[in-house]
Design a protein around this ligand. Structure first.
Ligand code: NAP
Length: 220
């Protein structure tokens, strides 16, 4: 059987690290991407994973990370930021939210999807949030909900544009105990990662263009 390669962004800690670990367990070759190279190496070592320096807010960093990775069959756009304040009071937070959670994922998909199409296999998972759902009310501080809603829209659009050999989905991990989620959150990083691992390893007839939590569709 072919061993697939997965690239997970923001994988040095939190949900990204749990996704990377779940994918190693599922038998994939995993590349841990993190903006701090030492943190990437430290996270990769115990998993027997590869690692690459990647700041998803920096187009040049994306370009060199993509070159360093070689073939990538599975892309997990996990890196995220939660900046404080009201949207109109924090323009820097808004810009960073869009750079990390929308433009970076767009550039990574743009760089990696053509080869997935050529090889006839791809899985793209966008780690979103219920705060990016119109039905759930677009929540969170600063630009967080706006960016996650845009990431959801990116998911729908890219899924429509790519052939059905490349499955593109968004997911919400729930409220997870990480640096972002805080210690009082009820879910472990592994529980938060479960749906992303499932979407990363979907069979060929799996869904595309959907939004999931706990492996079930949720409304946009
Ligand atoms: P976390 O522990 O704060 O981890 C965030 C990760 O994103 C870190 O690895 C961080 O790297 C990375 N990151 C931030 N900016 C980056 C950049 N410019 N380039 C590359 N990496 C960058 O948060 P988490 O809870 O695991 O969040 C993971 C994803 O789940 C995010 O997309 C978040 O929005 C989503 N989510 C989380 C929850 C929750 O309750 N925790 C709920 C819904 C959705 P550094 O270590 O370098 O900062």
């Amino acid at each position: 059987m072919v061993q697939r390669t997965a690239l997970v962004t923001g994988a040095n800690r939190g949900i990204g690290l749990a996704v990377a670990s779940g994918l190693v367990e599922a038998g994939l070759s995993v590349v841990i991407a993190a903006r701090d190279p030492a943190a990437a190496a430290a996270a990769a070592r115990p998993l027997g994973a590869r690692h690459v320096q990647l700041d998803v807010g920096d187009a040049r960093s994306i370009e060199s990370a993509v070159q360093a990775c070689g073939d990538v069959d599975v892309l997990v756009n996990n890196a995220g930021v939660l900046r404080p304040g009201r949207l109109l009071d924090n323009p820097e937070g808004f810009a960073e939210s869009l750079a990390v959670m929308v433009h970076g994922p767009y550039l990574l998909i743009r760089a990696l999807a053509p080869a997935m199409v050529d090889r006839g296999y791809g899985r793209i998972v966008n780690v979103s949030s219920g705060w990016g759902s119109f039905v759930e009310g677009i929540g969170g501080p600063s630009g967080y909900g706006v960016a996650k809603a845009a990431l959801n829209a990116l998911t729908v659009t890219v899924a429509r544009d790519l052939p059905d050999t490349v499955l593109v989905n968004a997911m919400c991990p729930g409220w997870v105990a990480t640096r972002m989620g805080g210690a009082e959150a009820p879910r472990s990083p592994e529980q938060g990662a479960d749906t992303a691992v499932w979407l990363s390893t979907l069979p060929d007839a799996g869904p595309s263009g959907g939004f999931f939590r706990d492996r079930r569709p949720i409304p946009w």
